[in-house]
Design a protein around this ligand. Structure first.
Ligand code: NAI
Length: 304
């Protein structure tokens, strides 16, 4: 018995990288899979592959599983609806949506163009909304469903040269939390994974300074398939009481990310002036400030 027997899953961006591994693992767990991918280049500009998901589908079928491919983009409402429709057409239902498709347009902030901003927000944040929203009506009607979205430590912690991507990824964490609140009454769950993997996306990380080189060396040890068991688990009924959470997979280690909550409070009966904030609140708060660097990033630890 597979953990996803009888379920139908859509995995966006499943033509390669983490998405492919999630699609393969879901099929092995018994799900019928819609392998969605437009075959984009890393930046979403220029040449696309004609048969992006075919290899993923072929591997699933070689192993006795069932899959169809779909080449619609997640980043438009009409085409996102077609992605969900392709699950209904091929398999008659939809139980799982994995919002994994993504592109990068890294740029230091003062040079980031509106186009670089919009392209990344459209695929990651708007794409996650469009596909989720298209599936949500079916989840509501059947009183069940599971969303798994890909966030990133770039959003949860922040990252250099990734204002567009970080904003999209933290937006996805918020989207997931709100879907979880809105739809728990209908038996629908929504969770995020912050994955780690050496993939086409991360192979674009600069490796010039010794610090960057060390980071890339660690990353190379983390293969995309290490993220797949967590996605299968979150999509399965074994996670029926897991909702609105952010988990991470890094090689053989799993993390639960803390949720934003007030970490310190300061109260003054007469209210505050700017001067009093500087004098009394700031010293108390400063001790709890999130450091403005990448410490706290799990890259600062050695993978186990
Ligand atoms: P990847 O570049 O190997 O895969 C992304 C896939 O999405 C590609 O096959 C691409 O063709 C597809 N895609 C792009 N635009 C699309 C669109 N509009 N519609 C449909 N498909 C589209 O990247 P990787 O590393 O596998 O990333 C997968 C997800 O995990 C992304 O959401 C990424 O942001 C996230 N992530 C990855 C990390 C890593 O360490 N690799 C770290 C944190 C997050």
């Amino acid at each position: 018995m597979g953990m996803l027997d009888g379920k139908v899953a859509i995995v966006t961006g499943a033509g390669g990288g983490i998405g492919r591994e999630i699609a393969l693992a879901m099929a092995l767990a018994g799900a019928k899979v819609v392998v969605n991918d437009i075959g984009a280049s890393l930046t979403g500009i220029g040449e696309t592959s004609a048969t992006p998901g075919e290899q993923t589908k072929a591997i699933i079928e070689q192993r006795g599983g069932q899959a169809v491919t779909n080449t619609d983009s997640v980043s438009e409402w009409e085409s996102a609806k077609r992605i969900v429709q392709s699950a209904l057409d091929a398999f008659g239902r939809i139980d799982i949506v994995v919002n994994n498709a993504g592109i990068l347009r890294d740029q230091i902030f003062h040079k980031m163009t509106p186009e670089e901003w919009m392209a990344v927000i459209n695929v990651h944040l708007n794409g996650s909304f469009f596909v989720s929203r298209a599936a949500a009506e079916h989840f509501r009607a059947q009183n069940s469903g599971a969303f798994v979205h890909m966030t990133s430590t770039s959003g949860l912690i922040g990252n250099f040269g990734q204002a567009n991507y970080s904003a999209a990824k933290l937006g996805i964490a918020a989207l997931s939390k709100s879907i979880a609140l809105d739809m728990q009454r209908f038996g629908v769950r929504s969770n995020c994974i912050a994955p780690f993997a050496w993939s086409r996306m991360t192979s674009s990380i600069p490796a010039e300074t010794p610090e960057q080189k060390a980071r890339v060396e660690k990353l190379k040890r983390m293969t995309p398939e290490k993220n797949a068991p967590l996605a299968v688990f979150l999509a399965s009924d074994a996670a029926k009481d897991v909702n609105g959470q952010i988990l991470a997979a890094r090689n053989n280690e799993l993390f639960l990310f803390s949720q934003p909550r007030p970490v310190r409070s300061a109260h003054r009966g007469e209210g505050w002036t700017p001067e009093l904030i500087a004098e009394h609140a700031l010293p108390a708060f400063r001790a709890q400030f999130q450091p403005l660097d990448r410490s706290g990033d799990v890259f600062s630890w050695d993978p186990v």
